[in-house]
Design a protein around this ligand. Structure first.
Ligand code: AMP
Ligand code: MG
Length: 530
């Protein structure tokens, strides 16, 4: 049988009931926003929209879910199903209850205010995947909001989830993007000027959308039975190799979450990703990048960069992400304390987070710089810190710089020639003093990589992407899509499928941020309004 033969048309696709529905459930199934006590899930149906239209879908993700899409009829059916207008057979939709620490403060109940899970489906690797609509209407957790999402933020989530996957960074995926045909009112910069924007729904796919905040809410409310149910469920379904739920496995699980989170944040470092809102409700229990809101990518390397205008103190800036992830893990530890009742053991796991991050970060540094493991981690980290100092002396495009550094490693030129090769990465010509600093750093680095190493350049090119979905690229795709033209999005999606390959057909996307985008809304300045 060919692989195409086992693909199902959407009309024959069936979902299974998510096992989360076996846990404590809200007895009321109305979408009226309220506090929901003692329940992990609330049943809710998506609210239909007037004119759903499929804007984009990820073909290979569809195929990995056993879904065959190839013609206009499929597109219409997909639009109906993934806008929430038509439920697939077997679908039992629901939203979940979670809380969270937002900007360092406990915020109480948040929950899936506009995320509705449809059910689960086994992918072709045998992994159960949950399908979730974002923007499909109000739920019990919508608080004062409308349960909808705008096209600009939905397109950003769709694009970035898929880009992250292809970059090799753990992430939730996005199956498709559907326009609702309805307008949504948003005050993008919280300045009292609300405007009508096109609405959209993005379909997310992941083995689980559980966040740290799911555990925090039950601990905060003293609902320890529900907390234990949820932890045991997480262990059984998502960490079965750790063994049967017990105090020891709870600890082993927390340590594993620490390790996965460390790996994730190091990976964000590798590709220059700034999440933008690392509240505890936006951190995945599986160590995935989740909840793409006012995220951004470093154009010029800047530890203090955050695109989120709501974060004036820079709590979630690029250089703070590792520390904040540690802080968020300590909130999770606090939530698990009633089950584990062992502060030193949880603290030991948190220490392991720091050690894991240091190791993962060292690996990132070495691979980005093409350094072999010489058994001198301090020297390698010091070399990287010196490079960061150079970056702050002359605005330097992170992605272009590291990619060009691979070419320098290949050519092995003298210092001056190396600087000339790196020139396209600078946003402005470095001052004489900055140039001297660069020359110094390059001399040391060229010396460090002088030993022959056949795999070096390939390792560097595998760690240093050629294309990332920079904010200004997403913004260009958004502006066109808002005018009904999805061709830029389609091309961008094709380009990000192969982010490490230098395909001349996509050279327009492998460019420094243009001047118009330096301070433009949607490029360097984004709010949480979405
Ligand atoms: P976020 O900033 O997207 O992580 O969302 C924080 C919380 O607000 C979550 O509980 C969301 O579900 C909820 N939320 C955000 N936007 C909306 C909306 N338009 N309608 C309902 N709930 C929302
Ligand atoms: Mg969130």
């Amino acid at each position: 049988m060919t692989s195409a033969a086992i693909l199902h048309r959407l009309s024959t696709l069936r979902l299974e009931r998510a096992s989360l529905l076996e846990l404590a459930a809200d007895p009321f199934d109305e979408a009226r926003p309220r506090q929901v006590y003692g329940a992990v899930v609330s049943r809710v149906k998506p609210s239909p929209v007037s004119a759903p239209a499929l804007l984009a879908y990820s073909g290979e993700l569809a195929a990995s879910l056993g879904l065959h899409v190839d013609d206009v009829a499929d597109a219409d059916a997909m639009a109906q199903v993934f806008a929430g207008n038509r439920l697939l057979p077997g679908s039992e939709p629901f939203s979940t209850c979670y809380g969270g620490h937002q900007f360092g403060q406990w915020a109480g109940q948040l929950g899936d205010g506009r995320a509705i899970s449809l059910g689960v489906l086994k992918d072709r690797q045998g992994v159960w995947q949950e399908l979730q609509l974002k923007g499909a209407g109000r739920t019990a957790y919508s608080r004062h909001a409308d349960g909808r999402a705008v096209l600009r933020s939905s397109l950003r989530e769709y694009l970035c989830s898929e880009a992250m996957h292809h970059l090799g960074v753990p992430t939730t995926r996005a199956l498709c993007l559907v326009a609702t045909g309805e307008a949504v009112a948003r005050d993008m910069f919280y300045d009292g000027r609300s405007r009508a924007e096109p609405g959209a729904v993005v379909t997310r796919v992941a083995p689980s959308f559980l966040r740290f905040g799911h555990y925090e809410i039950f601990a905060a409310r003293g609902e320890l039975d529900v907390l234990r149910q949820l932890v045991d469920h997480t262990l059984r379904k998502h960490y079965p190799s750790l063994g049967k739920p017990s105090r020891d496995t709870y600890l082993a699980w927390f340590a594993e979450v620490c390790r996965r989170t460390a790996h994730l944040v190091a990976e964000w470092w590798r590709v220059g990703f700034v999440h933008g809102v690392m509240n505890t409700d936006n951190l995945s229990i599986l160590g995935l990048t989740i909840d793409y809101g006012p995220y951004g990518w470093l154009d010029g390397f800047d530890l203090g960069f955050t695109p989120n205008t709501t974060d004036s103190g820079g709590r979630y800036s690029f250089g703070n992400q590792a520390q904040i992830a540690g802080w968020n893990l300590s909130c999770l530890a606090q939530a698990l304390l009633p089950l584990v009742q062992d502060v030193p053991a949880l603290e030991a796991a948190l220490d392991e987070y720091r050690t894991s991050f240091e190791l993962a970060f060292l690996h990132v540094v070495r691979s980005k710089l093409g350094l072999a493991d010489t058994g001198e981690p301090e020297a390698d980290i010091a070399r990287f810190s010196a490079l960061v100092a150079c970056f702050s002396s002359a605005e330097t495009d992170m992605t272009l710089f590291f990619r060009l550094l691979g070419q320098v490693a290949q050519a092995s030129p003298g210092v001056e020639a190396a600087l000339t090769m790196l020139n396209p990465a600078f946003y402005a010509t470095p001052s004489v003093q900055a140039r001297a600093g660069w020359a110094d750093w390059l001399a040391g680095w060229l010396q460090a990589i002088s030993a022959p190493d056949a795999g070096r350049v390939a390792r560097m090119n595998a760690a240093n992407p050629w294309i990332i979905p920079r904010n200004w690229l997403a913004q260009t795709a958004i502006q066109a899509a808002e005018q009904g033209d999805t061709s830029t999005l389609t091309r961008l999606m094709a380009a990000i499928r192969n982010p490490y390959a230098e395909d001349p057909a996509f050279a327009e996307f492998a460019q420094r941020r243009p001047d118009w985008a330096r301070n433009a809304p949607g490029c360097s300045a984004l709010s949480c309004s979405s």
